[in-house]
Design a protein. Structure first.
Length: 519
């Protein structure tokens, strides 16, 4: 019967036209099943009906419709209110978009990913096909973020996303889970090799540096691959397994791709648990040091080697061969190494002055901290005479950066500390190291010593190491002596110092102190 100006504008009709229409004619699809106006609009008081209004030129406008019966002249009339909700719809769409996407890179986020992955898995299961999920985590991102700031970190993530995207086909799906974690879904693969090949291209596409605020910046990526349904039939499961494989890639030295395998999970979880335990144990000072005696040819104790021990509340005593590599990978070796050094020096300072103390250094400590400074500080703090401290280094430390390693050995000796080359015979065993580095002594590895009495070749090698070391004015220690035959063979041929279970096992501090006072 009547209409206001707004509805005329929205529909593009004039009042005369609109009067000729029935209310349902204003909407796309009319009122659906409820054909007549009265029944369609009768109860639209509180809850508006969502409909599409027919606008000018066939445009469909999202509207909500409310209606109400009112008294009119000599009876009742229905007033219909139609509200344009285009803007609200757009806002809702945007909110939905935000909930599913990462605002920094505009990539889908975890929720978006889980949605899509759910569908991909369903499809794969239905078609008997296989889909692949790649879990990616950047290597070295934190360093960029810490040194150049969060803004630079954000720029880097955006550019990484662009490079990744360039390696993908249209059907592939890239999401960012937050931080420096990305996931790629390949909807259908012929075999796992498809995913591995892509992963290798993704790793290679980061080799070129990024330029950020005038700096050349390098990051890498570690990638884990899981297949569905093989490695899981739910999005959560496949993502978790891709993550486990990715973690394995990290452990194995970063910048690599690993395929998920059954059993990986336990290994990774155990290692993860062990890492947490070790961190806690360090914080609570639960590690211990055992001391293994070293003897001269006359059988007198010359000193002790400090060997770290970890008495684990549930797993019992964990040997250093298990937790030292873990500490090196996680960087925990730095606090651990400093703790061993300080504790061993403190203990040795309480011993009589002709007993020395040997402490093992890890190459990782050397890479991460100024060792010379740490050693100097420790000597000052503990009051140990420098000449009584012997530091054991391995060939790995020397190989990485020869000039730097040479400077380290020289600087340590300048402090008055002695430096020994440990485990000689296990690595490259380059005799050049003996020539070129100013060591005080060389320790022949126990894998050689335990062969000398029944393997003539092993003996020839040990004998020549002794002869050559003496020419270079280096003392020779044999480690791992377990039999009397080994001991006499070594003493007869001029080996200077002996260490091994035959003569003394690593022992707690109290026992070591008792042994010293009884000599
Ligand atoms: P290493 O420096 O070569 O230490 C000697 C290892 O040989 C010790 O093993 C010792 O217990 C063992 N050993 C000594 N005599 C015998 C023997 O007659 N027979 C046999 N079978 N073994 C013998 P341990 O204590 O298990 O230490 C293993 C390695 O762990 C050490 O080898 C060292 O490289 C590393 N390590 C131990 N403590 C520390 C530490 O505080 N810092 C660092 N960076 N490494 C450490
Ligand atoms: Mg050693
Ligand atoms: Mg050794």
């Amino acid at each position: 019967m009547d209409a206001n100006q707004s509805i005329l504008e929205m529909t593009g009709l004039d009042l005369n036209d609109i009067k000729l229409l029935k209310v349902p004619d204003l909407f796309a699809g009319g009122f659906g099943e409820k054909k007549d106006t009265a029944s369609a609009l009768a109860d639209r008081v509180g809850a508006p009906e969502q409909l599409e209004l027919l606008g000018p030129a066939g445009r469909r406008i999202p509207v909500e419709v409310l209606s109400r019966e009112v008294p009119y002249v000599d009876g009742q009339a229905t007033v219909v209110a139609i509200r344009d909700v285009t803007e609200r719809k757009a806002a809702e769409d945007y909110i939905r978009y935000l909930a599913m996407h990462d605002t920094l890179t505009s990539l889908p986020n975890r929720r978006g990913l889980e949605n899509v992955l759910g569908q991909v898995i369903e499809q794969a299961l239905r078609n008997g096909a296989e889909a692949a999920v790649l879990g990616l985590d950047l290597d070295g991102f934190k360093a960029v973020n810490d040194s150049l700031g969060h803004h630079a970190g954000d720029m880097l993530l955006k550019e990484v996303a662009v490079r990744f995207q360039a390696q993908l086909r249209d059907a592939d799906y890239l999401a960012r889970l937050g931080g420096d974690e990305f996931v790629i879904v390949l909807r259908s693969v012929a075999s796992v090799d498809d995913a591995i090949q892509l992963a290798k291209r993704l790793i290679a596409c980061l080799w070129q540096p990024f330029t950020l605020a005038g700096h050349d910046v390098y990051v890498g990526v570690s990638i884990g691959v899981a297949l569905c349904p093989r490695d899981g039939e739910t999005a959560q499961m496949v993502l978790k397994n891709a993550d486990i494989a990715m973690y394995q890639a990290k452990i194995k030295g970063k910048g690599q791709v690993y395929e998920f395998q059954a059993g990986m999970e336990t290994a990774v979880r155990e290692r993860h648990d062990l890492e947490l335990d070790l961190r806690a144990a360090l914080g609570r000072h639960e590690l211990q040091i055992y001391y293994q005696p070293l003897f001269d040819v006359s059988g007198n104790i010359t000193g002790f080697e400090a060997l770290a021990r970890w008495p684990h509340p549930e797993r019992g005593m964990i040997p250093p061969d298990r937790f030292i590599p873990l500490a090196e990978e996680t960087g925990l070796i730095v606090p651990l190494g400093e703790w061993v050094l300080k504790t061993a020096c403190t203990v040795a300072a309480g011993w009589q002055s002709d007993i020395s103390i040997a402490v093992n250094l890890s190459p990782t400590q050397f890479q991460r901290v100024d060792l010379v400074n740490v050693v100097m500080r420790t000597l000052e703090e503990t009051g140990l005479e420098p000449a009584r401290l012997e530091l054991e280094v391995t060939e790995t430390l020397l190989m990485e950066d020869v000039p730097k390693a040479l400077a380290l050995v020289r600087d340590l000796r300048a402090l008055g500390v002695r430096v020994a080359l440990d485990d000689f015979g296990t690595g490259y065993s380059s005799l050049a190291y003996l020539h070129n580095f100013p060591f005080d002594k060389v320790k022949v590895d126990r894998s050689f010593i335990n062969k000398i009495t029944n393997d003539p070749n092993a003996w020839t090698i040990v004998e020549s190491i002794i002869v050559m070391s003496h020419k270079l004015k280096l003392r020779v220690t044999a480690e791992g002596i377990e039999t009397g035959a080994q001991l006499s063979m070594l003493t007869e041929h001029g080996c200077d110092e002996m260490q091994g279970f035959l003569l003394g096992r690593p022992m707690p501090e109290i026992q070591a102190s008792t042994r010293i006072s009884h000599t």
